[in-house]
Design a protein around this ligand. Structure first.
Ligand SMILES: [Fe+2]
Length: 255
């Protein structure tokens, strides 16, 4: 049986997530954006985390590290490439490292681009990915510390995961991402349908996540650098894939 995920809002648009394995009774937390909503989620679920898996060093992902460590004595795991910037870190990990969790072994993927040391966590048996600020629903993270080819490679890696992989992201940015996506891929019927569904969800105050790799491949322009219609719209029919990606990212930065 797959792990169970409880996703909840923190701050203005961050997500926190508790992951629970029913058989072992173990719980972990992905990122620590804000203490109060995390405590509320623990109270609501009854799932007490023993592990905190950090994706990258930004304040809106690590703010509650020390408070939660003091309260629960949890072990903090984070990216090797930016370990010095992760408060309270106990164990640093990078691509190829495995983290045992109940019946499942979590894989660490290096996914730099948004930050230089950003990592993602994959639960391969449950087909669940925590991509934080690398891959968003209909978007990708801003390139704050890296050049486009670095993020391009990270996104290629995630795009190659099984289509049914459920993807949890760091922020609820989907509605704004959809508006932009429609400017570069306006005739994509799957995107148009999804955009309408996103508007319905947001109007009802509901989260648009998780998404899946399959859904992103058919609608997210940041994974569709090969698409002839997008290329034509950008006037880049013969450009290299990475150049198409860089142009889409550049346009989104000023959208
Ligand atoms: Fe970030």
């Amino acid at each position: 049986m797959a792990v169970r995920v409880d996703q909840f809002m923190c701050r203005s648009d961050n997500f926190g997530a508790l992951v629970h394995d029913d058989e072992s009774g173990r719980t972990l937390l992905i990122d620590a954006p804000e203490e109060a909503p995390i405590l509320a989620a623990i109270e609501r679920t009854g799932w007490k985390p023993e592990l905190l898996l950090i994706t990258h060093h930004h304040g809106d992902h690590v703010e509650a590290n020390l408070a939660l460590k003091q309260r629960f004595g949890l072990t903090i795991v984070g990216p090797k490439g930016e370990a010095a910037k992760i408060p309270g870190i106990d164990q640093s990990v990078s691509e190829g490292d495995a983290i045992p969790f109940g019946r499942e072994t979590i894989s660490v993927l290096d996914t730099p681009g948004h930050t230089a040391g950003h990592i993602s966590y994959l639960f391969p048996d449950s087909h669940v990915l925590f991509a934080a600020d690398t891959l968003f629903a209909l978007g990708c993270g801003r390139l704050l510390e890296c050049k486009p080819p670095v993020m391009f490679e990270s996104l290629q890696k995630l795009a190659a995961l099984p289509l049914e992989t459920r993807v949890y992201c760091g922020h609820e940015y989907t509605q704004a991402n959809a508006r932009f996506a429609l400017t570069v891929d306006p005739t994509n019927s799957a995107l148009k349908e999804r955009s309408a569904e996103i508007d319905r969800l947001r109007a009802g105050g509901k989260a648009t996540l998780p998404t899946t790799i399959g859904l992103e491949l058919s609608t997210n322009p940041f994974l569709r650098w090969h698409d002839p219609v997008i290329r034509k719209n950008l006037g880049m029919e013969k450009a290299a894939d990475v150049e198409v990606f860089a142009e889409i990212r550049k346009r989104k930065d000023v959208f």
